[in-house]
Design a protein around this ligand. Sequence first.
Ligand SMILES: Nc1ncnc2c1ncn2[C@@H]1O[C@H](COP(=O)(O)OP(=O)(O)OP(=O)(O)O)[C@@H](O)[C@H]1O
Length: 949
Amino acid sequence: MAGQPGGNIKIIPQVPSGASPPSFVNVLKVHRELLVSKVRNAQCLIDNLIKNDYFSTEDAEIAAQFSTQADKVRKILDLVQSKGEEVSEYFIYVLQQVADAYYELHPWLDEIAFHPSNSIQNKPVVNTDPVSRYRQKLKDELGRDTKFIMSYAQKEEMLLEETYSANLMELISYTNESLGNVSCLEDLLDDKIGVINEAGETVCVFGDAGIGKSILLQKMQNLWSKGDYNVGAKFFFRFRCRMFSLFKQNEAIYLKDLLFKYNCYPDHDPEEVFNHILQFPHTVLFTFDGFDEIHSDFDLSSVAEICSPNEPTHPLALLVSLLKGKLLKGSRKVLTARSGTEIHQIIIRKKVLLRGFSSNNLKEYTRMFFKDEGYRALVLDQLEANPNLCSLCSVPLFCWIIFKCYEHFHSMFDSQDFPNYSVTLTDVFLLMTEVHLNRTLKTNLLKKNTRSQVETFRSQKEILFSLSKIAHEGMEKSLFVFNQEEITALNILEQNLHLGFLRTVNNYGDETSYEFLHTTLQSFFTALFLVTEEKLGTKELLKFFNECSHTESAPKIVCFPIRWLNSCPTGDDPFRNNEHFHFTNLFLCGLLSKARQKLMRHLVSPASIKRKRKVLRAYIFESMKCQLKGFSRAKLGKYKQIHVMPNFVWMLRCIHETQSEKVGKLVAKGMRADYINLTYCNAYSSDCSAISFVMHHFQKQLALDLDNNNINDYGVKELLPCFSRLAVIRLSVNQITDHGVRVLYDELSKYKIVTYLGLYNNQITNVGAKYVAKLIEECPSLTHIKIGANKITTEGGKSLALAIQKSKTIYDIGMWGNKVGDEGAKAFADALRNHPSLANVSLAFNCITPEGGKSIAEALKHNSSVKIFWLTKNEIDDEAAELFAEMLKVNKKLAHLWLIQNQITAKGARDLAEALQKNTTIKEVCLNGNPISQEEAKAFENEERIICF
Ligand SMILES: Nc1ncnc2c1ncn2[C@@H]1O[C@H](COP(=O)(O)OP(=O)(O)OP(=O)(O)O)[C@@H](O)[C@H]1O
């Protein structure tokens, strides 16, 4: 049995030092039968014995004359033993050195603890075993061929080792229920995990286009070539399934030729190698990539089920026989196919679903792709900022395309040659389309593809047209799955269904249905249809804008001059998700942008593009005007506020996609407001680029309210073009960290016009608090700061308090929900004393005990600026309340004192109530939520300004 060669052998006792050396003649004698059964190649032994003059030609002839391998070995053993110790030692040495040929004897050599003497070690050993030489050749070839990933349609190469990242793999049942995850590549072939059919021999890996099926096989091959794929495979044959379709109907080949001619040819004794493979099929591993790519008229049922390796037959029949285990039974097979490909259940041993990159895999891939740490962090930020791109990144192919775009973008940006250049979503999708189109080209393996994007699109425009037609048809009916009937009605060619843009869906009865790989891809192709359909009218071009304007929760705007655009489609569902329409519009703007004209001209006439661009621009202006009229407006101090709705963000995204400064400028002007309220608009960081694209056109000071969105530090950076105008910047309830605050400090301190900074409920620590403190010191205009509900403790609190102490202008500081504690409270107390401007202070919910409370009360005695003080949700007790009472007797400014949810009892309340008799300015002292009963509260009923309930 392989793996147990030393089964019943007696262990040779180790020779104690000083004792006589072991007898190798004896070793050979004792283990004679084991050696006879395990030595599979006698010739290599004979070759080496002759080479070292241990055997004469005559000896060799005597040994070689026996017909069976076992008898040859017996004779060699007889001869070797008869020649004494040195020859016997050398014999064992050859078994050890030609490890590949005698691999079944490794455990035995370990057991006898064989250590050759120095003199034997100096003797030469050559490997003349054809099987092990073939194995080495297979390894060398696989190693060489799998070193690089050929990407971007053969345009460039990347080292596999520096690119491959793990991919999510899930074991599934016949009916696609999860059976757990695959944690490493060895698990794929581990019989202990996920076997759903013991009789089946093939591990089937399914996944969508670009999910990484081929790369997964490449990784397995590469690991094996380096001896790092430990599944007991001695031979590894890899095939691309598409090659099997290339043979003519009447062609027939031998299994031996399939293995050798179409994979790797043995340099020595092919017969012996092939016989070895036939004899030990379980040592053979096959990978067959892309079962879905087999397109053939070949009728498999017409072929007799062949089981003999010595009969020539059609290669497809060979493939099927191998997969079924009719040929080389017991060999291991891994087959990949696009999701939805039908594979006969009887051949399946395991089903594995490739799911693409998890967020951790994506991080790993990012690490591989972007070696520079700063650069990498930036990309991860950008992805986080843009959920649409991030969701695409779970498909490794898309991820690679998006990263290529970033790379391109950064190289542009760094060079400063194109300061206005940015990558739009349309750019990414165009690149994605180009890659898919190129992947279908028949390219010479050694020739790199040098086609330009224009060339690729032009030469395959018919494919693009048919895909865009089906996408558009579906979009019009909000249909995302297409059945065979619809496909036939649109004359879509069979081959165009398999380019990777569409995938099969099987849950619609027996017939195969199709859907786009990602709904955004359908939106993209719909937009491509709108652009490339020569005679498309205005109504059709703008149809999906109209669809979107109906579901906005804002009051319906019925002011666009084109009547049909305002008509409500029948059955309008206010809860319908219309993202796919929004994306269609976005791509329409992108494809009709100036930058894309050069490419589009090859798909549609310039006159048609010109007309559509004009229509689109006119629509954007009109729609913008229309939307802006519908938004609520208010006067807010000196500002004219406009409160926009989430749809407006989509409009901004579309405008950004046009990359037209002219459009941006006109929209900015059309807003007729200088306080733009975008709260609760579900804006992501990537939208900050779109916001900036319009807002930087404002000439005067601007207030921007982005509270309650999904903006992180990257989004803050994207606002860079607007900072010179921003007087009010509200970013509360977002995901900003100290890095974002650093950007705010750097920018706002340059212009010194900021008056209001809202950062409530973000992720800011003491580090960020220090930047805000610096900002207070350097910008006298900054009067309002909201930085509550962050992660600021004593240290940050102290920095802020010190800056406030120095400021002569600060008016409002909100710190609710930090943890400055008593030390922080004391620092604030120092700042309060004789402060000239501070009017509103919140230190609510800040872990302040009576000690900190007392310092504040004491300081307020010497303050004549503060009007409202919040100390809600702290631990203020009666002792501190007594000091607040003392303070109230002398303070003449404070109007509202909030002591809600503290530890003040009736006693403290009484002290406060008494003090109010000497205070006419205070309007309320709020004590709700303190341990005061209704009964006790009656005692202060006459003092209305004490509020207990
Ligand atoms: N595990 C991975 N690590 C890094 N990059 C990957 C990985 N998997 C795939 N890629 C990237 O995605 C591209 C496409 O992968 P691959 O060709 O393996 O997809 P596929 O599933 O075989 O697609 P198709 O069904 O269209 O043949 C690769 O060229 C590579 O750039």
